[in-house]
Design a protein around this ligand. Structure first.
Ligand SMILES: NC(=O)c1ccc[n+]([C@@H]2O[C@H](COP(=O)([O-])OP(=O)(O)OC[C@H]3O[C@@H](n4cnc5c(N)ncnc54)[C@H](O)[C@@H]3O)[C@@H](O)[C@H]2O)c1
Length: 454
């Protein structure tokens, strides 16, 4: 680890204002050489992590309409995932998928081989479990590649410090970096942000967000025909080292969108979390989470997460102001159907403004924006903001898992790295989290384990 990373880091070392990232990038963009697509104007893509979202992200990339773009390499740890992703993409994007057998790579080093097929200025897509993000991003920076990486981009304090350092390097190299917090690209949410800044709901006093749905992320025991490592990689939502668990992987979007509307990151979190039904599930997630986030001005975001069938379901985010209220997300992430109301009941007679429907998919817009920036050499780097969003999400998770108040600084400087050797994994490696003799894994014990989540 470099000296910069070892230094104790303070929240004040980073931009407080979530909207300022492009300014920093613009300054860097002015002094370093342009890095953009290959001379013949074709942008080449490599897909690393060929699962559901990776295949979706590649499809969005190939759908950008501002010039030639093609997929030339793919990498995964499971051959069957790569094969089915390739089949689907080749069918949907005939003529834009040029991935012969010798550019399909399997294994924990597949990321290097796939990126080696690109030229500086091309784009690497990272849609593996988040644990691998800093490893893959570091290699892309070395190779001068632009990047799209899925959220979360970190899962704990040490990987956030690494990611923040890499983010700085990528800005210095004028790389374009998109992070899959696609709501930031939703045009309705952008207009809502401007209207809130213009004072249409007054000062934000409190925000609420809910992701309460049926059973999710519960993982059964490892099958006999699979290594412990591959089982944990495949079931990454069940393991804190792989994904930050259900909390980080699912809740980051709404914690990020609310913090965007508030124009700040929370400074501390306190939280509750419980495990009610276990059946034969062995994963590390709790079933319910309730977090109170505090912003620098003392205002709060209350976040409720529940993965339990037979209960009230809601998947929405709200902001309450001194003059009215806003819906930030109506049901899931898209369409956002953002609206402003003059009261707090969200009734039609109090409706002041609604973003016109239908609205464009933010998953496509994030790619339109990234590729436009690559072609036009516009400043564009979301890595730091993505790391900060991942960190404040981990802050709420750690508060629930330890039963302690966790501040931004404490989370950032926390020394518990869930998978310190993740960059050295090979197919034969032991898994980062050993199972106990009963085949189960350590779970959070709030109030007993106060310094670590397990
Ligand atoms: N932005 C969104 O709304 C959204 C939606 C879904 C998923 N995601 C994110 O996308 C990422 C992937 O999620 P998913 O649902 O596609 O999971 P998935 O399991 O469908 O896909 C992950 C793929 O990565 C592969 N993989 C795992 N480790 C690897 C490694 N070290 N090298 C190469 N390949 C590896 C797996 O074999 C699998 O094919 C996660 O970070 C998730 O949070 C984002």
């Amino acid at each position: 680890m470099s000296e910069t990373m070892k230094r104790t880091t303070s929240r004040r070392d980073f931009l407080k204002n979530t909207g300022r990232i492009t300014v920093a990038s613009a300054v860097a963009g002015a002094v370093v050489p342009r890095v953009y697509a290959a001379e013949n104007n074709t942008i080449q893509l490599a897909l690393i992590g060929c699962g559901g979202r990776g295949t979706g992200a590649a499809a969005n990339a190939l759908s950008v309409k501002n010039g030639p773009i093609k997929l030339v390499a793919m990498g995964d740890v499971f051959e069957h995932r790569l094969k089915s992703s390739h089949k689907n993409l080749a069918k949907g994007f005939a003529g834009q998928v040029d991935v012969p057998e010798d550019r399909k790579f399997i294994g924990f080093d597949a990321y290097q081989k796939a990126m080696d097929c690109l030229k500086p200025g091309d784009v690497a897509i990272f849609a593996t479990p988040p644990a691998f993000r800093w490893v893959h991003f570091g290699y892309a920076i070395e190779k001068g590649l632009n990047v799209f990486m899925e959220k979360p981009v970190t899962v704990d304090g040490p990987t956030t410090r690494k990611m923040l350092e890499l983010a700085e390097e990528s800005v210095k190299k004028n790389l374009k970096v998109g992070v899959g917090l696609m709501i930031r690209h939703c045009r309705g949410r952008r207009e809502l942000y401007d209207r809130i800044r213009a004072g249409e709901i007054g000062e934000i006093i409190a925000m609420r967000a809910y992701r309460m749905c049926g059973r999710a992320c519960c993982k059964g025991p490892k099958p006999d025909n699979m290594s412990e490592l591959l089982y944990q990689v495949q079931q990454f939502h069940g393991f804190l080292w792989g994904s930050g668990g259900m909390f980080s992987d699912f809740y980051i979007h709404q914690i990020d969108e609310c913090s965007w509307m508030k124009d700040a990151w929370p400074v501390k979190a306190q939280a509750l979390g419980s495990r009610h039904y276990r059946d034969n599930y062995v994963d590390q997630n709790l079933d319910t989470y309730a977090v109170e986030y505090t912003y620098p001005d003392g205002t709060k975001l209350f976040y409720d997460g529940r993965a339990m069938s037979g209960c009230h379901n809601e998947f929405a985010s709200y902001a309450h102001g001194s003059k009215g209220a806003a819906i930030i997300s109506t049901s899931s992430h898209a369409p956002g159907k953002v609206r402003i109301f003059k009261g707090h009941h969200f009734t039609i007679d109090e409706l002041v403004w609604a973003f016109p429907q239908p609205e464009q998919s933010p998953y496509q817009l994030e790619w339109d924006d990234l590729i436009d920036a690559v072609r036009q050499d516009k400043p564009y780097n979301e890595a730091k903001r993505g790391a900060e969003a991942s960190l404040v999400t981990s802050m709420g998770r750690m508060a629930a898992h330890t039963g302690q108040i966790i501040t931004f600084d404490r989370m950032l400087n926390c020394e518990h790295e869930f998978a310190p050797e993740v960059d050295k994994l090979s197919m034969g490696s032991p898994a980062p989290l050993p199972a106990g003799p009963d085949g189960k894994y350590p779970v959070p014990l709030p109030g007993i384990n106060k310094q670590r989540e397990y």
